[in-house]
Ligand binder design. Structure first.
Ligand code: HH2
Length: 302
């Protein structure tokens, strides 16, 4: 059975459609592949940027990035999420030619070497198109298809898997838009709008994953609330991805720099898992795999 069979036709994207036990069943359809969602799915982060907040400047050659990819896969990554533009708060947009130049040679090389689903983290349709041509099958759009009107039709046409992440505005200015009366309710509603945008152009329901966008147009306190109330995002009826990895809300609690936020990341992932998240975008794949294997065991064994 694939995720999404039984979805009510023409519905707004809100409503249960995953089957009897939505937490441990189904597939994510992406580029003709079916990625099983029966156990926690880990996206290993690989940023080919000079300025990402935790791994910027580390993988500046294709060879260095390939070695990192191999490490992430050995540690248990199910998917590699490749980015060529930092979206940390305050980051400036990268010209599309430069973003393509960063990600395409690596995607081609990794697709030749490994049989792993590849995701590209981009808001630009031209970058997504080049990445799909180079072997990516998933587009992780932190704007939830809002940044580039050409993105949604492209993803529908290419049958790509899509991550719809919640953000407001642009990374450069988004923290000014972190004003909510009910953060989980408003994020759920705005994600519902993003889902509608996807469905309207013909992206299949079982190609869609949603993400509350931890740290994107959110204060540290709003991130805490979102993690506590993640179940309200889960009720949208789409598999939920979270990306708390090494983020500043963890640093704010622990007073530690990004590389020392592994345990904080794991705590956030396990809490999100217990609340119904099924996909986890992390830098520290080995630690996340071990922790989520235990939480999965606890959640699934009577
Ligand atoms: N977070 C970042 C980037 N992309 N995509 C999704 N779906 N969810 C996230 O939470 C998310 C994301 C930011 O982290 P990182 O890529 O490590 O940093 P930077 O944006 O500085 O490259």
């Amino acid at each position: 059975m694939t995720v999404g069979s039984g979805a009510p036709a023409g519905a707004s994207g809100i409503g249960p459609w995953l089957g009897a036990d939505p937490r441990f069943a189904g597939y994510w359809q992406a580029g003709g592949r079916h990625i099983p969602l029966g156990r926690p799915v880990i996206l290993g982060v690989l940023n080919l940027t000079p300025d990402s907040f935790s791994d910027g400047g580390e993988f500046t050659t294709v060879d260095a990035a390939l070695r990192r990819a191999e490490t992430l896969l050995t540690q248990g990554a199910d998917i590699l999420d490749v980015g060529g533009e930092s979206t940390r708060p305050g980051a400036a947009s990268v010209p599309e030619g430069e973003e393509r130049r960063r990600v395409v040679p690596f995607l081609e090389a990794v697709a030749r070497r490994f049989d792993v689903p590849l995701s590209v983290d981009t808001r630009k349709a031209s970058v997504a198109r080049a990445a799909l041509d180079a072997g990516a099958i998933i587009v992780n759009d932190v704007s939830g298809l809002a940044a580039d009107p050409a993105m949604a039709p492209l993803l529908a046409e290419r049958g790509a898997g899509v991550v719809l992440m919640h953000m407001r505005g642009e990374p450069a200015t988004m923290q000014q838009l972190a004003t909510y009366r009910d953060v989980a309710g408003e994020v759920a509603a705005e994600l519902g709008t993003a889902v509608d945008r996807a469905i309207a152009v013909g992206i299949p329901r079982d190609a869609i994953v949603v993400d509350p966008g931890i740290g994107f147009a959110k204060t540290a306190e709003q991130n805490f609330v979102l993690l506590r109330e993640l179940g309200r995002i889960v009720t949208l009826g789409y598999p939920v991805l979270v990306g708390p990895s090494r983020k500043s809300f963890i640093g704010r609690i622990l007073g530690l720099p990004p590389r020392e936020r592994v345990e904080g990341t794991i705590a956030a992932c396990v809490l999100a898992h217990a609340a119904g998240a099924r996909l986890f975008r992390v830098h520290d794949v080995g630690a996340a795999r071990r922790a989520l294997t235990v939480s999965h065991w606890v959640l699934t064994h009577p």
